[in-house]
Write a protein that binds this ligand. Structure first.
Ligand SMILES: Nc1nc2c(ncn2[C@@H]2O[C@H](COP(=O)(O)OP(=O)(O)O)[C@@H](O)[C@H]2O)c(=O)[nH]1
Ligand SMILES: [Mg+2]
Length: 377
């Protein structure tokens, strides 16, 4: 029985236990409905960290509502929530500054996003290279918690690049047509760029609109890409997604969230049930509580997800071959004949860190589960 099956059974058991309590039944019915809905991802972070901008970048359109459905090719149906949310299945947590930390409850259901990544590199065209280095280093730090990834994203450029229209493209192309010597001094700051004396053959109001939508980094990047031969709006848009970190973020959402949606949804439902048991005392709920604790603490799927996060961020360090095998086994692949013995050895290797050994123990468990289901099937 998977953790999702166990969760569904517990929700129904709770409906029985609370049948005389209409308030509790209403709450449980909401949880049951949520369980069947697409994965709900909250976009969280301080005011001004770039949440709304990132949501538009992901959806690829201006967003007016705090809750948007995001049917995404490759990622399936998702719901993005751009407001504080207790009941999300997963979280994108935006760090406005590189030294910011992730709240204590950030864990395997959280991807941290180093936002405003363009500013980390002073808005230079290669700003994302330094931002990515900071992200790679910080991924493993204890202050970042047990998140499943930390990714640098230049959200403003990502959003503008996804939504670039023909008029904007034409204006950017005119800028790119200027000689480097003529244009570069005016691209040193946003203030300079919009001055009437700037010799570029683009009206100051249009320049102001470009810098508002793309940021100075985005304008510089567009000019560079156009000069390199990126000659249509769709091509420019695709390059912007790559260079802004948006593609990397989408891949991480797919690998950390979408691929494990039933496990993340189970976690949300079990925590909601735990809150209900605490809030609404009810005869007969004791046994339910014991069973709930057992599932929450014991589910192999939760430990496997945590172990996958550790591997992804580099908190667990194994040889590349072992790391690849661990990823496959933790994602449910069938174990080969020698895998169990090999992973038992790794889990007892005193030269490895305790995190590495703990990961290996979860892989041992995955091998054992695989052997049991292999025999049963
Ligand atoms: N330079 C830069 N500015 C950004 C970026 N993302 C957002 N902003 C700007 O930061 C401000 C706050 O962004 P917003 O998305 O409204 O933040 P929210 O309060 O978290 O929703 C706006 O002026 C955005 O244009 C980014 O990646 N780079
Ligand atoms: Mg906002």
């Amino acid at each position: 029985m998977t953790v999702a099956d166990k969760t569904w059974a517990l929700l129904n058991q709770a409906l029985d236990v609370y049948q005389d309590n209409p308030r509790a039944v209403g709450w449980l019915q909401t949880q049951c409905a949520r369980f069947a809905e697409p994965l709900r991802i909250a976009v969280a972070g301080a005011e001004g960290s770039g949440k709304s901008t990132l949501v538009s970048a992901l959806v690829g359109a201006p967003v007016t509502s705090p809750i948007v459905s995001w049917p995404s090719r490759g990622l399936g149906d998702l719901i993005l929530v751009d407001e504080p949310s207790q009941d999300a299945d997963a979280v994108l947590f935006l760090l406005r500054h590189p030294a910011d930390t992730v709240p204590m409850d950030g864990g395997m259901h959280t991807i941290a996003v180093l936002s405003h990544a363009d500013e980390l590199g002073g808005g230079r065209v290669d700003a994302l290279i330094s931002a990515r280095q900071i992200a790679r280093r910080r991924r493993r730090e204890p202050e970042i918690g047990e998140v499943c990834d930390l990714i640098a994203v230049a959200g403003l450029a990502a959003a503008a690049g996804r939504m670039v229209d023909e008029a904007q493209f034409d204006a950017l192309a005119l800028l790119a047509g200027c000689s480097r010597e003529d244009l570069e001094p005016w691209l040193l700051s946003a203030d300079r760029f919009v001055r009437p004396e700037c010799p570029a053959p683009v009206q100051p109001e249009v320049r102001a609109e470009l810098v508002r939508r793309f940021g100075l980094f985005g304008v510089r990047l567009a000019v560079t890409l156009l000069r390199q031969g990126c000659d249509t709006a769709p091509k420019l848009s695709a390059q912007f997604q790559q260079r802004s970190g948006l593609t990397e973020l989408r891949d991480a959402i797919g690998q950390c969230f979408t691929e494990h949606a039933p496990i993340l949804k189970s976690r949300t439902a079990l925590l909601a049930l735990e809150a209900l048991l605490r809030r609404e005392l009810q005869p007969g709920a004791g046994a339910l509580g014991v069973e709930l604790d057992r599932v929450l603490a014991g589910a192999h799927e939760f430990r496997a997800l945590r172990a996958l996060s550790s591997l992804r961020t580099g908190r667990t360090v194994l040889t590349p071959e072992l790391a690849d095998e661990a990823r496959l086994l933790l994602s449910g692949a069938q174990a080969g004949p020698d895998a169990l013995g090999r992973w038992k050895e790794v889990s007892e290797d005193s030269l490895l860190s305790s995190t590495d050994r703990a990961t290996a123990r979860v892989v041992v468990r995955a091998c054992e589960e695989g052997l049991v289901s292999g025999t049963a099937g």
